[in-house]
Design a protein around this ligand. Structure first.
Ligand SMILES: Cc1ncc(COP(=O)(O)O)c(C=O)c1O
Length: 445
């Protein structure tokens, strides 16, 4: 294969049938669409190129910088595309949570700006959010940026409607699969592929997968965040289900160790979510003559997620389980053990508690500096995770109120500290966002 540009190698990714002895489905052939084999490494190569391509030449003439709100694969692809066209690339995000990806982006020449966003994902209705304000400024005339705008740009979806979807149909001999399963980040891939598949067969069932509440799977949204995504349309999906980080890692292990596919966590989540869903349907299928098909996307590769795996399953990387870990708690454990308090209750507790609780704000330092509950201390969640590994960092006599952006991470730590024997740790329900929305006082550094 000979190319004049690496961009010509984007797309035409393999569709690989998985061994039924591994997944155990009796009547359904399960295929993996290997978007991880795109040249820049992920499902985002197609939209990044499709969004940037028409604008790059003019941007180069004006010396603009390519910019995107991405902490992962879109940023990777855009950094490479910008470099090829002599442009600079800037990634603006809430906070880079996967250190390998941050380092890789720096290696690719990206500038990284971490703004104190309220959540992992841009909420366009939240005009106080610095990420939203930055996003709005990019649309103003005279901006020195080429902004690809992945959360709102229809060219994101179209890249998959023009490429990923038709390739699946072609590789299935002109037919749509019975099921299509995809993890939802910007919703570009699931929306674009679903549209094409339904044109071939309106009966195709589309399963969208998101991360379980209070959990983190890099690249995709939680069920609460997904509604903030501009391209997300609930009508695209017949079903939306959530997947935990444990399931994502389990799925990754099966794909890697049994199927020869070097998948990252969202490929694992898609596999595990697909199997969980299809097992039910498979049990009801009786006609041995009529085989069904299902396709899921493997979005990227495993190598960038070693620290993610190490934090959750150190044993897999030959390390002993290192003390207490909030990341290792299951969603069910968090729900069962976290004590949660609403804004009104928390305000009364702070005013009347004897002693009042120590407020620990788990957000990043920028967000804390911008606005926080008076008297709170700031320990960013990664540091807090390290701190609690060795034991309880507070006296059991002092109650503790934990706060984070939306109350998900704080619930995790509240569950962990309760499990470690602290008698009164509570998580602020809805986090600092709920506190602010209720008009409760916040101070600036
Ligand atoms: C690793 C990974 N998986 C899944 C997705 C979801 O893809 P989409 O943005 O098309 O919904 C992304 C998007 O960035 C991703 O980086």
């Amino acid at each position: 294969m000979r190319y004049d540009s690496i961009t010509e190698a984007i797309g035409n990714t393999p569709l690989v049938r998985l061994d039924p002895a591994v997944h155990g489905l009796r009547h359904i052939d399960l295929y993996a669409k290997l978007e991880m084999l795109n040249p820049f490494g992920s499902v985002k190569d197609r939209p990044a190129w499709n969004m940037a391509r028409p604008l790059l030449e003019a941007a180069a003439g004006r010396g603009e910088t390519v910019v995107e709100l991405s902490s992962g694969n879109t940023a990777k692809a855009l950094a490479l595309l910008a470099g090829m066209h002599g442009l600079r690339f800037k990634s603006v995000t809430n906070r880079m949570r996967v250190p390998e990806i941050k380092e890789l982006l720096l290696l690719l020449g990206a500038e990284i700006e971490e703004l104190p966003g309220q959540s992992e994902c841009l909420d366009p209705t939240d005009t106080d959010d610095p990420l939203t304000r930055f996003h709005q400024a990019l649309a103003e005339p005279g901006s020195a940026y080429l902004h690809t705008d992945q959360y709102f740009n229809p060219r994101n979806t179209e890249a998959h409607a023009a490429g990923t979807g038709p390739e699946i149909v072609k590789d299935l001999d002109g037919r749509a699969p019975d099921w299509f399963i995809a993890c939802v980040g910007t919703a570009g891939s699931s929306t674009g592929v679903a549209r094409v598949l339904r044109e071939h067969d309106p009966e195709v069932r589309v399963l969208g997968l998101v991360a379980h509440k209070s959990d983190f799977i890099p690249g995709i949204r939680t069920i609460d965040e997904v509604h903030q995504v501009g391209l997300f349309d609930p009508a695209t999906y017949d079903t939306i289900e959530s997947v935990t980080s444990e399931e994502a890692i389990d799925g990754m292990l099966t794909l890697i160790r049994r199927c020869g596919l070097l998948s990252g966590p969202t490929g694992g989540a898609a596999y595990q979510g697909a199997i969980r869903h299809l097992r039910v349907a498979d049990a009801e299928l009786t006609d041995p003559e009529r085989r069904r098909t299902a396709v899921f996307i493997v979005c990227d590769r495993a190598e960038s997620y070693l620290s993610y795996v190490r934090q959750r399953r150190p044993g897999l990387l030959g390390q002993p389980r290192r003390g207490h870990s909030a990341a290792a708690l299951t969603g069910a454990e968090v729900e069962a053990q976290a004590k949660v308090i609403g804004v009104d209750g928390a305000r009364r507790w702070l005013a009347d508690g004897a002693p009042p609780p120590l407020v620990v704000d788990l957000r990043g330092p920028h967000a804390y500096a911008a606005l926080h509950i008076e008297g709170s201390v700031n320990i960013v969640d990664e540091l807090f995770e390290e701190l609690v590994r060795g034991g309880l960092p507070f006296s059991k006599r002092r109650p503790v109120l934990l706060a984070c952006p939306v109350g998900e991470k704080s619930a995790r730590y509240a569950a962990l500290l309760t499990r470690m024997g602290h008698p009164d740790v509570r998580s602020l329900a809805g986090g600092i966002v709920a506190w602010r929305d209720a008009g409760a006082p916040l101070v600036r550094e």
